[in-house]
Design a protein around this ligand. Structure first.
Ligand code: R5P
Length: 300
């Protein structure tokens, strides 16, 4: 039996508790936590509140996705068992979106497989700046009835505000142009876009376009920082121009391995990330970006 709740409920997981609670507050939803117990053999036991309303959001950012996806299957399936009618997934970072084709015979098309799996579990998806390549519509990658891809660029623009004097924005590769140009337009700033050659997971070469970087406050903007090699290469390229400062601003702070240390060693003066993934560099809250989408999703 479902409890009646006019407000609706957002279920969070322990590793993303604070951002999920902020989101629930901003959206006027109740918050409850999914209880996760990890057995010594690596299996997970999931426990949900016994009484759930008709409509529930499950909020989990899907960095480190392999374990989290299994737990998400358990949580969504249990919510259904408990009688929930509509379940929305709020995944501020949505993984497995890059591999949208088999580049070599026999390779799994992970986007399609994970997308189809999520569509069997959820009625709606809300995410932020998904890393889509050849598939452009969120609903084609994750075929749920309502699939929303929001952007962090508004929140990034607001955060940047007047923190730096006449900053110059730089995107490290062609793909970053969409984000860097949106922020530049919003704040009426000069921006440039570099080109990138990726030869392997950790072999990345960024070539900067000609511009007068000397003495400027540079803000490098990207959607994802994973190994950090893209931004590291851009910083190394910028340093000889003697900019006044180099700040890094990114949506998804994956920071695999020694990525954070590498960026600091290369000369990043500041690193600002959104809270799409919990990380010490989080400065930009996404609750205000996500909340209206949750509120409006299924009407009243
Ligand atoms: C690339 O297409 C993305 O926009 C990022 O530039 C990339 O994911 C960053 O990866 P890494 O930190 O491993 O260089």
């Amino acid at each position: 039996m479902c409890a009646n709740s006019l407000k609706g409920l957002l279920l969070g997981f322990p590793e993303y508790r604070e951002p999920a609670q902020r989101l629930a507050r901003a959206a006027g939803l109740d918050f409850a936590e999914v209880e996760v117990h990890r057995f010594p053999d690596g299996e997970s036991r999931i426990r949900l509140p016994e009484h759930l309303p008709e409509r529930v959001f499950i909020c989990r950012s899907l960095d480190q996705p392999n374990e989290k996806l299994v737990e998400l299957i358990l949580a969504a399936s249990t919510a259904r068992e408990l009688g929930v009618g509509k379940i929305g997934l709020v995944a501020p970072y949505l993984s497995y979106m890059r591999q949208d084709k088999a580049f070599h015979p026999g390779e799994a098309v992970s986007q399609q497989i994970v997308g189809n799996l999520l569509a069997t579990l959820f009625d709606a998806l809300i995410t932020v700046d998904p890393h889509l390549h050849r598939v452009h519509r969120m609903g084609d990658a994750v075929p749920v009835p309502i699939a929303l891809a929001l952007s962090a660029t508004g929140a990034m623009s607001d955060y940047l505000g007047n923190k730096l004097e006449n900053p110059m924005l730089v995107g490290p590769d062609e793909e970053s142009e969409q984000w860097v140009s949106a922020i530049a337009q919003h704040n009426q700033l000069e921006f440039h876009v570099a080109s990138k050659l990726r030869l392997g997971d950790i072999d990345v070469r960024v070539s900067l376009p000609d511009a007068d970087y000397r003495g400027r406050h540079i803000v490098l903007v990207d959607d994802v920082i994973s190994t950090g090699r893209t931004i590291e290469s851009a910083i190394i390229g910028l340093k000889p121009y003697q900019p006044a400062s180099i700040t890094v601003m990114a949506t998804h702070a994956l920071f695999a391995g020694d990525a954070l240390a590498r960026l600091k060693n290369a000369g990043a003066d500041d690193i600002w990330s959104s809270d799409s993934i919990s990380h010490p560099t989080n400065r930009i809250g996404l609750a205000a970006v996500l909340a209206p989408a949750l509120t409006d999703l299924w009407g009243s």
